[in-house]
Design a protein around this ligand. Structure first.
Ligand code: AMP
Ligand code: GLY
Length: 432
């Protein structure tokens, strides 16, 4: 019998998401050598960490050539918006992720709004603005509550929900000052939708797509969805909201038309399309797209994927998902982010992490950690992800918090209500 041809794989990024990719790939029979650049305190020894600047396209290509990397998987959005995929493809190298032009679905909110409008994909009403006077007049037209969004990438800090004129004035001030002003050169003023939020992940080959499990993120820093937005404080997957009927509707009304629209625009989308949706009266509306897997959603979606993630990504990057089927565990997964005191504002680094040895490998994804000889120290705002599994949401939540209690570091904090919205939804809908 032919042996499977094993390939060398490079994963780019350093967060919990990238550790989840490493975990999904390190035991794949199709992988020979696995590298992660720059990686974190957990991605090694499962992969080899490489100190690369992933925004330096030439440095990445040089490494790919030197180490005979067959396939590169790009985790975060910045290298995608920076044209890394185009750069590697031009050199004939295998890579999974969208091109620079296709990445505009995340890097320009207004590109996306216009595209969806042109192709009749459901979204909130919006007005594109280029200066403060236009923003004020748009606010008069839309009324409160409304949402102000910087057009460009803003690391999750470019969205403001304004319930009153005072909140609107302070958001506008924030958007137009200092470092935000580049991303906010243009602003989308949007109707504020209310409903249940849902994240859907579509693996796309430019034409077709396969949906993975849905997830729900918890973006605010404190319990009860209070405090400033973060990169995400926890997630669970799948969500009770995402019935097969709703997922079919998302495929038909959102993902397929967007893939067709991108082909018509001359920039077909290959990679993971992450649709951030608001479900209003059982109908999905697009809040935003990301052009990559979510973090911390990857930490709950990927471990439930029982079929090969490598084969899925290779088929999508090769432009043909037709022969690919995914197999997904019927379990539920929950992840709770352990963060550094002060995050998402100022925080200290370098505190030793205790208790790691008592946690099963499958139940921990590292994020902002650094390995120093035999100790692991904190090295970022989101430090670790405790991951729990169960036959239902309630038992998965319990399992995740058991892990949370085993780990200690100075300043450790976390949300204690991850998954609660899902439980509430189940309670409210159990008689339906
Ligand atoms: P985004 O970065 O676009 O996902 O926005 C961050 C968060 O702001 C989302 O997860 C939503 O909770 C909220 N949001 C953004 N746009 C809207 C909108 N048009 N209506 C309601 N909520 C929104
Ligand atoms: N968890 C939100 C994101 O990955 O953008």
């Amino acid at each position: 019998m032919d042996r499977i041809k094993k390939i060398n794989v490079l994963i780019l990024g350093s967060g919990g998401r990238e550790h989840a990719f490493v975990k999904a790939l390190c035991r794949d029979p199709g992988v020979d050598k696995l590298y992660c650049a720059p990686g974190n305190g957990g991605t090694e020894p499962e992969a080899v960490n490489v100190p690369l600047n992933i925004l330096d396209n030439a440095a990445v290509l040089d490494f790919v050539k030197r180490q005979d990397i067959d396939f590169t998987i790009v985790g975060p959005e910045a290298p995608l918006a920076n044209g890394l995929v185009d750069f590697l493809q031009a050199a004939g190298k295998g890579v999974f992720g969208p091109t620079k032009l296709a990445s505009r679905l995340e890097s320009s909110k207004l590109f996306t709004r216009r595209l969806l409008e042109k192709h009749g994909v459901p979204q909130p009403r919006y007005i594109a603005c280029e200066n403060a006077a236009q923003v004020r007049s748009a606010a008069d037209k839309l009324g409160f509550p409304l949402v102000l969004k910087a057009d460009g990438l803003a690391a999750g800090k470019g969205v403001f929900i304004c319930g009153s004129p005072a909140e609107f004035e302070s958001a506008l001030h924030e958007l137009l000052k200092g470092s935000m002003s580049a991303a906010a050169g243009r602003i989308s003023v949007e109707e504020c939708l209310t409903g249940e939020e849902l994240s859907v992940f579509a693996v796309c080959d430019g034409t077709r797509h396969i949906l993975l499990n849905s997830a729900q993120d918890h973006k605010r820093v404190f319990d009860g969805d209070r405090g400033p937005n973060t990169g995400g404080m926890g997630a669970y997957s799948p969500t009770p909201l995402s019935t097969p009927k709703l997922m079919d509707q998302v495929s038909a009304e959102i993902i397929s038309p967007v893939l067709q629209a991108m082909r018509q625009e001359g920039c077909p989308f290959t990679g993971i399309l992450y649709a951030g949706l608001m479900i209003v009266n059982s109908r999905p509306f697009v809040i935003e797209f990301n052009v990559r897997m979510g973090d911390p959603e990857a930490q709950v979606v990927l471990p439930l994927l029982e079929s090969s993630l490598l084969e899925l990504c290779l088929a999508a990057a090769g432009g043909d998902l037709r022969g690919t089927r995914v197999r997904v565990s019927p379990k539920t997964a929950v992840t709770v982010v352990l963060a550094s005191g002060g995050y998402p504002g100022v925080y200290k680094k370098g505190f030793p992490v205790q208790g790691l040895e008592s946690v099963p490998d499958a139940q921990l994804c590292h994020a902002g950690t650094l390995r120093k000889d035999d100790t692991v120290v904190t090295n970022g705002g989101r430090v670790l992800n405790a991951v729990g599994f169960g036959s239902d949401l309630k038992s998965a939540i319990r399992n995740a918090y058991e892990i949370v209690d085993k780990i200690e570091f100075k300043g450790k904090f976390y949300r204690s209500d991850i998954g609660q919205r899902g439980l509430n939804y189940l309670k409210e809908n159990q008689n339906d």
